[in-house]
Every structure is written in structure tokens, then in C-alpha cells.
Design a protein around this ligand. Structure first.
Ligand code: DX5
Ligand code: ZN
Length: 214
């Protein structure tokens, strides 16, 4: 199991301190980019990603919650992303082009779906993506409650990836992840757990990460 702390829940006044707190414990840094249009919230942009890249010892995973993701993937790759995911709902029939564009930059491409998007919608793209991100809350805000139906959606996508022979394409899960559901997520087929509040709001973030490494 790989654990990806979400910087959205970090202390923005002391970002370096929070990066250092998890630098030797996290596997990946998860960075949420929100544009106020695709989701009703705005987070942070390129300068913050660059700053985190300069301090992080682990790969950066940029989760784009923005319209027209193809307009910005190059700049996020240049800012230091090793993985970039975009919402299927923001790309629809342009999905194959966005995947190719991300991969052409030497970055792993992930496709994301919100809890109300039928998992089958992304089946046509599963043989090309490098990872799949299944939202277990509606994208836009940290600190929401895990939606239990997400477990079945993970199983559905895992089964289709396996049917396609994509046994090594990982499923990432994002939203309301904490030590109480990590084992269930693993059993359903998740391999990367994104965790914001349960890491940065924990008394001991390093210990919280280890508790999720089931
Ligand atoms: C929500 C973001 C998440 C968020 C998770 O739109 O994509 O990455 O930071 O936060 P928690 O773990 O607090 O639910
Ligand atoms: Zn996210």
C-alpha cells in the first residue's frame, strides 16, 4: 500500500514544516489543484507546486480538478509533477488526447471519477492510463466523510483492469481515507491511499501514515 498525504490539509503558513513532517514516511505527495469552476473551491497553483517540489523527497501527484486540463498539464509537469490526474467529467471525449499529452511529457497519466460518475464510463480508457483515481467523496473539499459505496466502485474498476490484463495499473482512492477504512480499501483493490485530514490533523502524522500502511 502506498500512502499519499494530501497537502490541502497541511498548514499553508508552514508548508516546509509539514512537508518535512511526512517526507520520510509518505510514498507520494498529493497536490489538489482546484479552479473554482470545475469545483466550487480554489486551492493553489504553480508557485506552490514548485515550492513543494523543491522540498519533497517523494514524487508529486497532481490531481487536477479543473476545466480544460489539457491547457495546464505541461506547466504542472514543468513544476515537478511525476503523476498528473484529470477528471473524466472535465475531458469526456477528449480523454484519450489528455492521457497522451500527459504521457508525452514523461509523466504518469491518471483518470479520475467523482462518486456520481458510473465506473463503466472510463472502461474504454483503462488500457491506456497509468493509474485510476476513484473519488470516495465529491471532489472540492478536504475533511469530508468517506462514501462506503466507493468500495464496490473500486472492485468494479479493479475487475475490469484485470480483465484487460492491466494487473499492474494501480487504483488510487481519495477522500475520507483514514486508518479505519484502509484495510477495507486494500481488500477492495486500492493500492494508493490519499489522506489529508487523517494525516495532517493527526497528533502524529508519521504514525497515522504507518497505521494506513495495511
Ligand atoms: C478533495 C481532494 C482530496 C482532499 C482529501 O477534493 O481531492 O485530495 O485533500 O482530504 P481528506 O483526506 O481530508 O478527505
Ligand atoms: Zn485529491
Amino acid at each position: 500500500m502506498l500512502i499519499a498525504p494530501s497537502i490541502l490539509a497541511a498548514d499553508f503558513l508552514h508548508l516546509e514544516k509539514d512537508v518535512e513532517l511526512v517526507n520520510n514516511h509518505a510514498d507520494i505527495f498529493h497536490l489538489d489543484i482546484m479552479d473554482g469552476t470545475f469545483v466550487p473551491n480554489i486551492s493553489f497553483g504553480f508557485p506552490v507546486v514548485e515550492a513543494i517540489a523543491s522540498a519533497a523527497h517523494k514524487p508529486l501527484d497532481v490531481h487536477l480538478m479543473i476545466v480544460n486540463p489539457e491547457k495546464y498539464v505541461q506547466r504542472f509537469a514543468a513544476a515537478g509533477a511525476s503523476m498528473i490526474s484529470f477528471h473524466y467529467e472535465a475531458a469526456l471525449e477528449r480523454t484519450p488526447e489528455v492521457v497522451s499529452l500527459i504521457q508525452s511529457l514523461g509523466v504518469k497519466a491518471g483518470i479520475v471519477i467523482n462518486p456520481d460518475c458510473p465506473a463503466e464510463k472510463i472502461f474504454p480508457y483503462l488500457d491506456t492510463v497509468d493509474f485510476v483515481l476513484i473519488m470516495s467523496v465529491f471532489a472540492g473539499f478536504g475533511g469530508q466523510k468517506f462514501i462506503p459505496e466507493s468500495l464496490d466502485r473500486i472492485r468494479t474498476v479493479r475487475a475490469e483492469l484485470d480483465r484487460l490484463g492491466r494487473h499492474r495499473t494501480p487504483i488510487e482512492v481519495d477522500g475520507g481515507v483514514d486508518p479505519s477504512n484502509a484495510a477495507l480499501l486494500k481488500e477492495a483493490g486500492a493500492e494508493i491511499l490519499v489522506a489529508g485530514s487523517s494525516v495532517f490533523r493527526a497528533p502524529d502524522p508519521a504514525k497515522a501514515i504507518e497505521l494506513m500502511r495495511v
